[in-house]
Design a protein around this ligand. Sequence first.
Ligand code: ADP
Ligand code: MG
Length: 320
Amino acid sequence: MPLAEQKLIQQIRRSVRKDKSVVTGIGDDCAVLRVPPGHELLVTTDFTIENVHFRRDWHSPELVGWRCLTRGLSDIAAMGGQPRAAFLSLALASDVPQKWVDHFLKGLLDLAKEFKLPLAGGDTAQSMSGIQADIVVVGSVPKGTAVLRSGAKAGQQIYVTGELGGSAAVLARLAESKPVGHLRHFRPQARVAVGQWLRQRRIASAMIDLSDGLSTDLEHICQESHVGAELEAKAIPSAQLGRREKELGKKQVALDLALHGGDDYELLFTSASRVPSRIAGVRVTRIGQTTRSMGMRLIAEDGEARPLRARGWEHFRRSS
Ligand code: ADP
Ligand code: MG
């Protein structure tokens, strides 16, 4: 059984750090936040739902808490913003052990500490079944500088941070009840510093974070910017596999997972400028270009261009 609501809130309140962005935090009807003069607010909200986004038998509670906050931080990163405060709404069924909740909060608050991000409020409720968490992250950017999905022009280069497909590869192995040798992919890093670096120098014309998968998230940039895109298969940075797969002669996750796998939380952006191969310590790779003709194409290793369909994660889509 989880702790009673008031006890749980007290426990959370005790473990939260003070911050200059938070004038009044947990304990009142609303939080009062301070935003730097000349800034605009960024607000993002993301669900983390048991058996949709995680499974209690696959994901440790720390990891679920970590990933819950990463989803919000990553959205702020994709606008080039500075995270200012987080809010957590938590619904728990009566059979969820308090120990699970403690570890979930630890994972979430450890990450918050890393980003010096205060938890400034939330809501706590009983759920009829399972665990549902909703994270709200508030951030800010200097007025008029947020990097949108709609800013790409035809003929610009497309870039991605880090490596792709690692999270999907781990999930695929878990689904086949195979041992998981490369769990580090399960702890994605929100690219907040990279996003800010790109915004400050006005290098990214459009940007999005990769939560649903490269093909699906690239399509969002294309649709919002009214451009097409051409990706080069051989340029896509697939995640390196663990030792176990390397022994079997495989080095990287399959191209399909890198193209369509979700939950990598890397940044995808377009640019007309020179882009360094590392930003804030993170690898950056050119993977293609935007085009005047609509739709997405993939240039295969053999040089042939084929249509690329968005096949990433989508809720409510009928499985085919
Ligand atoms: P209200 O009835 O006004 O919603 P609550 O009793 O739900 O007030 O919340 C009291 C305080 O505790 C508020 O400041 C709220 O933001 C905070 N709070 C409640 N649940 C959480 C949570 N899961 N995480 C962080 N803060 C919380
Ligand atoms: Mg409440």
